[in-house]
Design a protein around this ligand. Structure first.
Ligand code: XMP
Length: 327
């Protein structure tokens, strides 16, 4: 009989058997898969696990705290946070091309993670403790199938799946979720006490808000987008729409300005785009027909509360031809 409790027991046993008394590290992104994989390994081998969270400064409001406070409190994992926001901003300065932004974010992410991994390896080597031998990946069954069923090699699907580690930093992969589907991973996560906000999180791209600012990424623009995005997410949740929509990117058109009138005067601010989509697997998507009242509330609140934004527009394009993200 499939129950989350049975599955957790079996997976915990298997992870214990694989890792033995070895040491293991895991990169956390705040997403469902890496969080559940980390919680499972923590349940299996406790403080033999060290988690690494690279804060690239491109997360949405409250997400870093969700990992650093809620997740740690719920699971007891040993977490090393690397605050790399300035480093990412410096690397992104002056860049507006989408592919270039993605490359830079991916490259910096691997460098920062690699350095953190080296530090942890070095620390434990100096302790005369067991060397770090294992790396946890939140690979799911559909990822395994997609990549031809191979195992034992880091699957470099996108930058936040930590791939491309150098040869002198060899790890054996631990992939406890590799036979599970997404809905099963969520059940397992709930069984392990992973916070609901993480278990039910909608997809969010590894490059984060960096690819939701059309134009150069700056701290000011990130703050504007974070404020608008927080309002949209709050209102969608309040309306009970979280599980109906696949995700709803909010995109800041940072190089576009339009004339408006706010308070007593003329403004010349930026538009944000709402991109609510319905989808089964993100390969294709339809734009979600959100209730007008919800759209109205989001629009009113964003233009009232985020001074730099004077227009809210709705993206009514399916995928194809439009991708879900704008970059
Ligand atoms: P697109 O924009 O290609 O997005 O229609 C499809 C789905 O993938 C997410 N996405 C990413 N996820 N790293 C990720 O982990 C990425 O670089 C990335 N780019 C897009 C997107 O949010 C949507 O769910």
């Amino acid at each position: 009989e499939w129950t989350a409790a049975n599955v957790v027991d079996q997976l915990v046993d298997a992870v214990r058997e694989q890792i033995g008394t070895g040491r293991v590290i895991c990169g956390l992104s705040g997403g469902v898969d890496s969080s559940v994989a980390a919680a499972l390994v923590q349940r299996a081998v406790g403080d033999q696990l060290t988690c690494v969270f690279v804060d690239h400064g491109l997360l949405r409001a409250g997400e870093a705290e969700q990992v650093q406070q809620d997740f740690v409190a719920a699971t007891g994992v040993d977490l090393v946070t690397v605050d790399a926001a300035d480093r990412f901003l410096d690397a992104l300065a002056g860049v507006s091309d989408p592919e270039e932004k993605r490359k830079i974010i991916g490259r910096e992410f691997i460098r920062v993670f690699e350095q953190a991994a080296r530090d942890i390896v070095g620390e434990h080597a100096a302790d005369g403790d067991h060397p770090v031998e294992f790396l946890v990946q939140g690979t799911l069954y559909p990822d395994v199938v997609e990549s031809g069923g191979g195992s034992g090699t880091a699957n470099i699907k996108s930058h936040h799946n930590v791939g491309g580690l150098p040869d002198d930093l060899q790890f054996t992969l631990v992939e406890p979720l590799r036979l599970l589907f997404k809905d099963e991973v969520r059940q397992v996560g709930l069984e392990l006490g992973v916070p609901e906000g993480i278990v039910w999180r909608q997809p969010f791209p590894g490059p984060g808000l960096g690819i939701r600012i059309v134009g150069e990424v700056t701290k000011e623009r990130l703050d504007i987008l974070r404020a608008a995005d927080r309002i949209a997410r709050h209102e969608l949740s309040e309306a009970g729409l979280d599980r109906e929509i696949w995700q709803c990117p909010v995109v800041l058109l940072a190089d576009v300005r339009s004339v408006g009138v706010q308070g007593d005067g003329r403004t010349y601010g930026h538009p944000v785009v709402l991109r609510p989509v319905s989808s089964e697997d993100a390969m294709t998507a339809d734009w979600t027909r959100l209730p007008y009242e919800v759209l109205a509330r989001i629009s009113t609140r964003i233009t009232n509360e985020v001074r730099e934004v004077n227009r809210v527009v709705l993206d009514v394009t399916s995928k194809p031809p439009g991708t879900i993200e704008w970059e």
